[in-house]
Design a protein around this ligand. Structure first.
Ligand code: SF4
Ligand code: SF4
Length: 247
């Protein structure tokens, strides 16, 4: 499949409109090869009302980056139905309100850099024109910024950037392949949040640490706080980055 990447700026008009009237409706949810981020998984499992382990087992597959050893979670597509997403229906996406960040961004690609002066994140966008998608060239009158706002993708990007920061740290400190036990720590603390919580509160995973009571109380019930904690825990366990509390 050929595709073009066209750089666009936030002020440019978004010449793209997806609609269920398009003959390609749902084509973008087939032939799937889609990685999920920890925040995608958090939102999807909430939407479905199931624990992370059940979500991961039922809807995803796990493999490890051959050079990095990092766990990679992907949707488990259905080979009998054109490798379609487990959540696509004839009426469209059945988890639309909790669809992953990459589904929200499509057909835009996003890259980021951090300003050396201010530390602020600078975003760059490009339109990926794929031949099967008939949404291109259709004006909506919206700029790229307005279109992105309509997709409610900012929160996803903000959370996903934390994972990118962790991976970038890994590449600087430990550029080779993680060992099996290191990959397991990564998987547990950022992807399998309910199991991570169970190990903290039922199996005393943090017994070496003095964790403030208010933080413990928060991560007991708040998945987003637990994910932030998990990202920091991975930084400590794998790369020795000090956590905000003492050992
Ligand atoms: S292929 Fe493109 S236009 Fe068609 S449904 Fe998917 S995103 Fe929309
Ligand atoms: S989550 Fe929804 S939008 Fe994303 S690939 Fe699956 S069906 Fe399509």
């Amino acid at each position: 499949m050929t595709e073009d990447m066209i750089p666009v700026s936030p002020q440019d008009l978004m010449k793209f409109n997806c609609s269920c009237e398009n003959e390609c409706f749902n084509d973008c949810c087939r032939n799937l090869n889609q990685a999920l981020t920890p925040y995608d998984i958090l939102r999807l499992k909430h939407n479905l009302g199931i624990p992370s382990q059940m979500f991961l087992k039922t809807y995803t597959s796990l493999h490890y980056g051959p050079g990095s050893g990092l766990p990679i979670i992907e949707f488990k597509p259905n080979p009998d139905k054109g490798y379609e997403c487990p959540f696509v229906t004839p009426q469209g996406c059945s988890v639309y309100e909790a669809r992953p960040g990459s589904c929200r961004m499509y057909p835009l690609a996003r890259a980021i850099t951090r300003s050396r002066q201010t530390g602020e994140i600078i975003q760059y966008f490009a339109l990926i024109e794929e031949p099967h998608c008939k949404g291109f060239g259709k004006e909506t009158g919206q700029t790229v910024t307005q279109w992105l706002k309509g997709q409610n993708v900012d929160k996803y990007n903000k959370e996903n950037d934390k994972l990118m920061e962790l991976i970038s740290l890994k590449n600087q400190i430990m550029p080779g392949k993680l060992e099996g036990s290191q990959s397991d720590i990564f998987y547990l603390a950022v992807y399998d949040l309910d199991e991570f919580r169970a190990r903290i509160f039922e199996k005393d995973l943090l017994k070496k640490f003095t964790v403030p009571d208010d933080l413990l109380k928060k991560i007991k019930t708040d998945d987003e706080a637990l994910l932030d904690f998990g990202l920091n825990w991975v930084k400590y366990m794998l790369f020795g980055v000090k956590m905000i509390f003492g050992e």
